[in-house]
Design a protein around this ligand. Structure first.
Ligand code: PMP
Length: 418
């Protein structure tokens, strides 16, 4: 067995301190298996955090597809091969007809960069609007478009002049009636923008589903000032919300651009941007090329991920299991005052912890303590949100009823501690 201290020492020698380690005390994970991670000391953890391993860690169908294609051909998308066109048409078939043109890249950040470039070329505008608390990627431009980063540790605090930040439409902390006026006013104050980059359900901002009618109003408001609606589905796409393949489909809105990432390759680095033919043509002749984007191996892997989502009815499972989870969490809320709010859809859930249900005083330390204590009991969770008091649940979609029930009874124990 590799010694953990030696691994950490090597890590400190070669890896920047800017990259922190997940889950407090470092975990040496040796193997992944569907919804479980096995540590080198033999402990098995239920992974409720990893929304990348969407169809399960090391899913055999995905592994086999990647291995097979690697042994046959891997080249770039300037050549013609059926894998790319078949894959793009499979993704397009899950989207509204208008969004027929897909670009393949290698990460969510690259995909959001491309989406913003498309919005700028198409609209002729430069400014962008985003939602408070959002994270959209690690490139220079996306750090400027991620309040989660520029307002967080090491950030410069205030947005760039070309970035307009709209408040979080958080129904737990504010009345729903404020949000539509707010997004309308925010966009008209911003003036001409290239677009609004928004998650169809907010993740880093605290696992917040958009209130009914909000995305419709946001789409109309951004289009009124000449911009595009860009739906960032990197965290919430591919059936996770249970009712639809894409979280924006919970609304009546057809976004101008849809960004896909994380689960798309079940851990293989890939991402995609879909838009309309008109918007896709707005680069005005400039070439688009990504060396690795859409290579045959990525396409084979992406195709295998779609096979599992559809073949194993994972979207329906997300709805069933998410309902079971939610219901159980709500029941826990009846006996544990710390649970202020349970929200989300499908297998994208948030538990907001508060010290007082009237003042809604956030309970970040308590939320972290619950996460630590769950880890001791073999369940991996994490916290997020602007007040650091929301426990996130976004597991591989292959978890089962037993995992849900065990998690609920462990949470009951953790919440009863102290
Ligand atoms: N958008 C969202 C909503 C994300 O959560 C992330 C990653 N956490 C990204 C974009 C960036 O994706 P990547 O890390 O693959 O570049």
């Amino acid at each position: 067995m590799v010694n953990l201290d030696a691994l950490l020492e090597a890590r400190n020698r070669h890896i920047s301190q800017a990259l922190s380690i997940a889950h407090g005390t470092p975990l040496h994970i040796a193997r992944g298996e569907m919804q479980y991670l096995h540590a080198s000391d033999g402990t098995r953890y239920l992974d409720l955090v990893n929304n990348v391993s969407h169809v399960g860690h090391c899913h055999p169908h995905v592994v086999e597809a990647g291995q097979r294609q690697m042994a046959v051909l891997n080249t770039n998308s300037r050549y013609v091969y059926p894998g790319l066109t078949e894959y793009l048409s499979r993704l397009a078939s899950t989207l509204p007809d208008a969004l027929s043109i897909g670009f393949m890249v290698n990460s969510g950040s690259e995909a959001n960069e491309l989406a913003v470039r498309l919005a700028r070329s198409h609209s002729g505008n430069h400014d962008m609007a985003v939602i408070e608390g959002a994270y959209h990627g690690h490139t220079g431009m996306l750090i400027d478009l991620s309040p989660y980063k520029f307002r967080g540790p090491g950030g410069k605090g205030e947005p760039e002049p070309w970035v307009h930040v709209l408040p979080i439409p958080d129904s737990y902390r504010r009345p729903d009636s404020e949000f539509n006026d707010e997004v309308r006013a925010g966009m008209s104050e911003a003036g001409p923008v290239a677009g609004l980059l928004i998650e169809s359900m907010l993740s880093c901002a605290g696992q917040v589903p958009l209130p009914d009618g909000y995305l419709e109003e946001a789409a109309s408001a951004v289009r009124d000032v000449g911009g595009l609606l860009i739906a960032d589905e990197v965290q919430v796409g591919f059936g996770r919300v249970g009712s639809h393949m894409w979280a924006f489909q919970e609304s009546d809105v057809v976004p101008d651009v849809v960004v896909m990432g994380k689960p798309i390759g079940n851990g293989h680095p890939m991402a995609a941007v879909f838009t309309t033919p008109e918007i896709a043509s707005s680069f005005g002749g400039m070439e688009f090329f990504s060396t690795f984007g859409g290579n045959p191996v990525s396409c084979a892997i992406g195709m295998a991920v779609m096979d599992v989502i559809e073949g194993d009815r994972l979207m329906e499972r997300a709805s069933e299991l998410g309902g079971r989870f939610r219901h159980g969490l709500e029941s826990l809320g009846e006996s544990h005052e710390l649970i202020g709010d349970v929200r989300g859809r499908g297998l994208f859930l948030g538990i907001e912890m508060v010290r007082d249900r009237v003042t809604l005083e956030p309970a970040p330390k308590e939320a972290s303590a619950v996460v630590d204590s769950m880890r001791e009991r073999g369940v991996l969770l994490s916290t997020d949100g602007p007040l650091h008091n929301v426990i996130k649940i976004k597991p591989p979609m292959v978890l089962n009823e037993e995992d849900v029930d065990e998690t609920l009874s462990k949470l009951d124990l953790c919440l009863s501690e102290d």
